[in-house]
Design a protein around this ligand. Structure first.
Ligand code: SF4
Length: 338
């Protein structure tokens, strides 16, 4: 339940605004001129999202499509991201959003046609620069889950049109939800990939608060795959626990039972890591979390991580297990900081 919806006056009658208001229960509506005058202007503690959550409906201004950080996706091809929303209805204990904005309130952007026009410009520019076999990647979900509220925000079909026409463009919709209905309504395209972040069941239960269970995410993946849609997996963040290898064996077994793993587009793996600010927030918001159980150090780039030998050992055990499942090495992407 949203306490207050703050809506920019200019887009109050926008069809996507109307759909959001129809689908998301709320108490009050207030019209404003510009969300940036209000969102995050006063510090709101992150955990207030549990019982006092506001939302904004706004137009994204400034740079609408940005170059993605180096660690994004498969290397050797250009990666960009666009922003459809800020913040998230879930509450993963390691979420970097808790140190990112001054407020956990949600922001939904509705000017997707402008974002898509910008994507077209980026695509047209990149297509000239890149060799003929290279793809141009666009990622959603940098600052919010891509699918969790997609039935309300209703933008995915707009992006689908763009990717149907621009065949060398790739879209990654990254999610921890099982809310796949908006995708199931659309024609499967070879250049749209829905990627699911997964952890072993017990780990997700302890850490991925309010998200669908690992089992439900895997069932959603299976439904998508059976309907011809492309799926991918992010094993990220991997958190150490005593039975870490067994827990991942069980996860891979469950995946193997439900999916054709040889048809999964790619599998990335990354060990839990934080910027200094996010780590301070995690310690403050979740002091009892077992994320703090294993030793973490401040590493060369200022990020807080497990010591290097441990990170390497964890990633290579995951890689070994994936190779035993006959997953093509080219599809495995290990997020190594160096
Ligand atoms: S699903 Fe992603 S964005 Fe949402 S709380 Fe979890 S980590 Fe954060």
């Amino acid at each position: 339940m949203i306490e207050n919806f703050y809506i920019e006056e200019e887009i109050f009658r926008h069809p996507l605004t109307e759909n959001i208001l129809k689908r998301i229960p709320h108490k009050n509506i207030e019209l404003i001129q510009n969300y940036a005058d209000f969102f995050g202007r006063v510090k709101k503690p992150y955990l207030q999202k549990r019982n006092n959550l506001n939302a904004f409906i706004a137009q994204k201004k400034g740079q609408l499509v940005k170059s993605a950080p180096d660690a994004y996706g498969l290397s050797g091809e250009p990666h960009f991201y666009y922003i459809h929303a800020y913040n998230c209805i879930y509450e993963c204990e390691y979420c970097y959003l808790q140190g990112h904005f001054n407020s956990p309130d949600l922001v939904f952007f509705v000017n997707h046609n402008e974002i898509i026009a910008e994507m077209q410009k980026v695509y047209d520019r990149e297509i000239i620069k890149q060799e003929a076999d290279k793809k141009i990647w666009f990622h959603a979900g940098e600052f919010s889950d891509s699918l969790a509220l997609s039935h309300a925000t209703n933008e995915i079909s707009l992006y689908h049109n763009f990717f149907e026409i621009n065949k060398r463009a790739m879209l990654e919709l990254r999610t921890k939800s099982a809310n796949i209905n908006e995708i199931l309504k659309l024609k499967p395209l070879p250049n749209i990939v829905t990627s699911f972040s997964l952890s072993p069941s017990q780990r997700a239960k302890k850490t991925d608060l309010k998200t669908p269970s690992t089992k439900h995410r895997i069932l959603a993946m299976s439904k998508l795959q059976n309907s011809g849609h492309k799926v991918a997996i992010h094993l990220d963040p991997i958190v150490y626990e005593d039975n870490f290898q067994v827990a991942y064996q069980e996860l891979f077994h469950e995946l193997d039972q439900n999916l054709d793993l040889t048809k999964v587009e790619y599998i990335s793996a990354g060990v839990v890591r934080f910027t200094k600010d996010v780590y301070a927030q995690v310690e403050k918001n979740y002091p009892q979390s077992d994320i703090h159980a294993a030793e973490m150090i401040k590493s060369f780039d200022g990020k807080v991580r497990y010591p290097r030998p441990m990170r390497r050992w964890m990633l290579s055990s995951i890689e070994d297990q994936l190779l035993k499942l006959k997953i093509n090495t080219e599809k495995i992407y290990l997020c190594m900081e160096d």
